[in-house]
Design a protein around this ligand. Structure first.
Ligand SMILES: [Zn+2]
Ligand SMILES: [Zn+2]
Length: 144
């Protein structure tokens, strides 16, 4: 990535830029994707298309996007990723659907539950992968 404050290329995603000492994503002068100059009002970088509009620090959840993604993929039908994000209400609905589906899989009705919760979990998985999932406080799950 590139420091958004001074434009220096940085390895990985360090908390602090080794060149200027600012938080690399806190600046608004350069694109973090390609290092091109940007203005504070720019929504996207016109050179590479990266989104540079400042995400307010308070809008980003400390929860892991990787954990959310993996939980949604492997245990999504039990609502595991929603439990992880603190969305207990919908998590319990998913868990009940998943359990009901598995418990009644020998009946046709089980398939309906599993398909419904499966689609729901898959949608959550996609939303989590692209970084648009939110935790119970409405903060975006963006950090991997
Ligand atoms: Zn810097
Ligand atoms: Zn760019």
């Amino acid at each position: 990535m590139f420091c958004r404050n001074c434009g220096k290329e940085l390895t990985g995603s360090p908390e602090i830029c080794i060149n200027c000492g600012a938080k690399p994503m806190a600046g608004t002068s350069f694109c973090h994707g390609c290092g091109a100059p940007t203005t504070p009002l720019a929504e996207i970088c016109i050179k590479c298309g990266a989104r540079v509009a400042k995400a307010l620090a308070g809008d980003i959840s400390p929860k892991s996007r990787l954990a959310t993604t993996l939980l949604a993929f492997f245990l999504g039908i039990f609502g595991a990723h929603r439990f992880y994000l603190g969305k207990i209400g919908t998590a319990i609905v998913m868990l009940l659907l998943g359990i009901a589906g598995l418990a009644t899989i020998w009946l046709f009705v089980g398939d309906i539950f599993l398909i419904a919760v499966g689609i729901w979990a898959f949608v959550d998985f996609i939303v989590a992968v692209v970084g648009r999932m939110r935790d119970k406080e409405g903060k975006l799950i963006e950090k991997w």
